[in-house]
Design a protein around this ligand. Structure first.
Ligand SMILES: [Fe+2]
Length: 195
């Protein structure tokens, strides 16, 4: 079961961002605990997931505002907005597939939670670390363009790579499963039409 542990490698040293990332970690862990306790009450889990998605949405708004205020290069801001909106879209899609039969409800919720955890690990350790690198470089006098080039060419801490690779592998296998599922559904639909 998912268990996120906050550590220094997640720190961006941007106050509001670190506070909100820690809160997202706690919210995911709390839902994981509920699932682990067994006897899944769909209403309770749905409510907690609503809260998580709402909080993540507010966090994205705040983070995007920080980047505007700090004059982070528009290329990075564009990437951030794209990743943020794909998170909201993907979680919405995963939730809409739940209750479709097949796996048990607990397994489906666990899958949603695993996706949110892997996405958060990947995003906070890679994309947000690059954002932090730029914010701090700009604070130290670099132009937004120089800070962007620096973040694109300067390696991130080696400590993060194990976690990032694990998260990416999970996101990738999750995407493959969803594609296989969609292909299966398409075949069923075209079979129905032929019949
Ligand atoms: Fe972000």
């Amino acid at each position: 079961m998912v268990r996120l542990e906050w550590s220094d490698m997640y720190r961006t040293d941007i106050g509001i961002v670190d506070e909100q990332h820690q809160q997202l970690f706690s919210m995911i862990n709390a839902i994981a605990q509920t699932l682990e306790a067994g006897d899944v009450e769909p209403e309770e889990v749905e409510k907690a997931l609503d809260g998580l998605v709402e909080y993540a949405g507010q966090h994205f708004v705040d983070e995007e505002r920080e980047m505007v205020l700090c004059h982070v290069d528009s290329r990075h801001q564009k990437l951030q907005r794209m990743e943020h909106s794909s998170f909201v879209y993907d979680v919405g899609q995963l939730r809409s597939y739940a209750n479709d039969g097949g796996d048990s409800l607990a397994d489906q919720y666990e899958e949603i939670l695993q996706f949110t955890a892997s996405w958060l690990i990947y995003h906070t350790l890679r994309t947000d670390q690059k954002m932090a690198m730029q914010v701090h470089a700009i604070e130290q006098g670099k132009s937004p363009e120089e800070a962007y080039e620096y973040s694109e060419t300067h390696p991130l801490s080696p400590a993060i790579y194990h976690e990032v690779i694990e998260a990416v592998v999970h996101l990738w296998s999750d995407a493959l499963e969803r594609i296989a599922d969609l292909e299966h559904r398409l075949k069923e639909i075209s079979g129905d039409k032929k019949a």
